[in-house]
Design a protein around this ligand. Structure first.
Ligand code: C5P
Length: 225
């Protein structure tokens, strides 16, 4: 049995990609598999937390005992997060949210019109779910602990430090992306206000368990476990 370092804690996690519709049959997405977020949900549950997992379109089984909410778009993910975030005291944003969506999804399938001219897509920016939650009064008061992720191809540590400040979160977890997408292993850099902790390459579930312990240590919920 895992040490119950999050006993009595309530955790909300986002995982996977989002899918932004172009028309009823097409859309824009990315290669996130959701494995890291699902591993975190499993690890948090094993550590005694009540876990809600908001998942984009992924092909993964729900970890035992985890409450799962399926969504497609970034807007739906934000709505699901806002519907549940008031119930929790830890929010972990592991999803690879699309930065932009087509400004207007066509209601009918786009067709070639014979002119040889492809359709022109225009985009609008999606809401930043993590930054929105981190700016909320409960997060600002310290009642809601927010954890962000950063997938970077180079200078992981420097980007993670900058992103922590930009997103306004106490803890930012850097990993090497997109190389880690879909894989079962990863390596993490944990950046908070005081220190950087490196978790060397390991399976995503092993890293998720370590990250859960690091979060519990920072919240002081690991004392009796
Ligand atoms: O800015 P960037 O996408 O690199 O930030 C990554 C972090 O922000 C991740 O924790 C991701 O889940 C979160 N994020 C979000 N909503 C967005 C974009 C990113 O919650 N629209």
């Amino acid at each position: 049995l895992s040490p119950q370092v999050l006993a009595g804690q309530r955790v909300l996690i986002t995982a996977g990609p989002t899918f932004e519709a172009i028309d009823p049959v097409r859309g824009i997405t990315n290669h996130s598999s959701g494995k890291m977020g699902f591993a975190l949900a499993r690890a948090a549950r094993e550590a005694g937390a009540d876990v809600t997992l908001v998942a984009g379109p992924v092909h993964l089984r729900t970890p035992r005992g985890v409450h799962r909410v399926d969504v497609r778009s970034a807007q739906q993910m934000l709505d699901a997060v806002l519907a549940h975030v008031h119930e929790v005291n830890i929010f972990i944003a592991a999803a690879a949210v699309a930065d932009w969506r087509p400004a207007q999804a066509a209601t009918h399938k786009l067709k070639k019109d014979g002119s040889g001219q492809p359709p022109a897509l225009t985009f609008v920016e999606n809401p930043d779910i993590l930054a929105t939650v981190a700016a909320s009064p409960r997060a600002q008061r310290g009642e809601l602990y927010c954890v962000g992720f950063a997938a970077e191809s180079h200078d992981v540590l420097a980007h993670a430090q900058a992103k922590r400040v930009r997103k306004g979160v106490p803890l930012l977890v850097g990993n090497i992306g997109p190389a880690t997408f879909g894989r079962d292993d990863n390596a993490l850099w944990l950046v908070d206000e005081r220190e950087t902790v490196e978790l060397p390459p390991a399976s995503k579930i092993a890293l998720a368990r370590q990250l859960v312990r690091e979060i519990a240590r920072r919240l002081g919920t690991d004392a009796g476990a």
